[in-house]
Design a protein around this ligand. Sequence first.
Ligand SMILES: Cc1cc2nc3c(=O)[nH]c(=O)nc-3n(C[C@H](O)[C@H](O)[C@H](O)COP(=O)(O)OP(=O)(O)OC[C@H]3O[C@@H](n4cnc5c(N)ncnc54)[C@H](O)[C@@H]3O)c2cc1C
Length: 475
Amino acid sequence: MPLDESHVQAAVVCAKKLGIQLRVRSGGHDYEGVSYASEMGDPFVVIDMSKLRSVIVDIDDNSAWAEAGATTGELYYRISEQSKVHGFPAGLCTSLGIGGHITGGAYGSMMRKYGLGVDNVIDVRLVDPNGKILDRASMGEDLFWAVRGAGGGSFGVILAWKVKLVPVPETVTTFTVIKTLDQGLTKLLTKWQQVAADKLDENLFIRVEIMPGTIPNTTQKTVQALFNALYLGSANQLLRSMAQTFPELGLTKQDCNEMSWIESVVYIGGYPTGTSTDVLLQAKPLFRNYFKAKSDFVREPIPEAGLEGLWKKLMEAESYIMIWNPYGGMMSRVPESDTPFPHRKGTIYKIQYVATWMDGEVSAKSSMAWIRDLYQFMEPYVSKNPREAYVNYRDLDLGMNKDGNTNVNEARAWGLKYYKNNFDRLVKIKTKFDPENFFRHEQSIPPLSSPNRKTKKDKKNHYHKLGKHHKGKGC
Ligand SMILES: Cc1cc2nc3c(=O)[nH]c(=O)nc-3n(C[C@H](O)[C@H](O)[C@H](O)COP(=O)(O)OP(=O)(O)OC[C@H]3O[C@@H](n4cnc5c(N)ncnc54)[C@H](O)[C@@H]3O)c2cc1C
């Protein structure tokens, strides 16, 4: 657990010298655990960045430096301590590590207005494979481009990000409206798909959380959706805007909660009403459970017949959540090649599918089988060639580097889904900055040729030597 930057440098230099792999963990939210576990078979150590978590906000400069171990909640809180009219557009969940989260894109409830976290990064400090600390000026624009969206663990250890703050009004409005199938959910979602990205005010972000529910006043199982929203403005402005573009939701003044932006972070983060904003400094996840997640991007509205089929699939499961996040606005104006994150113009919304369970191995197999089947069912309705996926929702079903080896052609299987045409540029940059492929994991960006390609026999010999080498040899 490094206590300062030089400890991270020492860890990189030592690990390289000893031929040990590194895993880097900031907030530990990786969906497949690649920040602290490995299926690649190499011995590894974990650099846990959680003690490097300072956040320095400079309101005059409209910026903040946040160390990798700080959480999104801490960053938002520290900004709000200095100003009620500044914010930062990154994750809705407040326990994400800034280090890993921003490397993959980082979307949140202000993405339609201001884009992603990566669109608002202005500098970075990173330890490269030689143990050297680089910033934007010394690494050059290629590497600076790559680290803003390629996902973590491929190019170096992020020490800190410098981010640009964005303006937020003193009063914002939130709401959550719940609708079930018998309350006309299918028709509402048909309309939501038509307006959520292209027609709604950019100050408004209405995401949909679909989950099991019961028909009101009965115990009969159904599907329900929470329309959960942030509006950057007052309730009256919001009601006027909704009356013009999405009256079908039936939003009323009673549904609207006016608050400060930092209070909205707590609300959207899912904490119970009345929770103090101090909770953002606790850096604790809101819930703990087992889950398997997958993602998709939708470019054409799913027709009603498709939605009806989807409801049938969802009714088969005990415990799941499906989240639809609207795009449009700023997300459509940033070109696909500006950062490695390519899911921009033409995307109406992103789907996240999550199967959840509490009893470990007992339900793991059936839950995994269910979500894979659901993913297959959704194929006709989502993006094609490639079927896009969000790298921050890492999914090893899409493919992975095996046995410590990487191969560009094999990595295309998931690389094109995560990065589309940006994949080849990422491979070139990897080849230039980490030709020995020191920073690698199950879905890391591969260099053009893989110098660490090893047979099982090579590995056995290497571990044997490593054992001897280790004795009495401090780095
Ligand atoms: C409950 C929950 C809610 C989420 N909500 C959102 C959301 O609202 N928006 C969104 O965009 N995403 C969201 N995510 C996804 C999240 O962005 C990713 O899981 C992200 O990778 C988490 O970063 P971390 O530092 O917490 O995770 P970690 O597990 O620590 O790291 C994730 C990846 O980044 C690498 N990494 C970590 N730290 C560093 C570093 N310092 N330098 C280089 N590489 C590093 C790791 O090796 C790993 O590959 C959510 C995830 C969860 C579990």
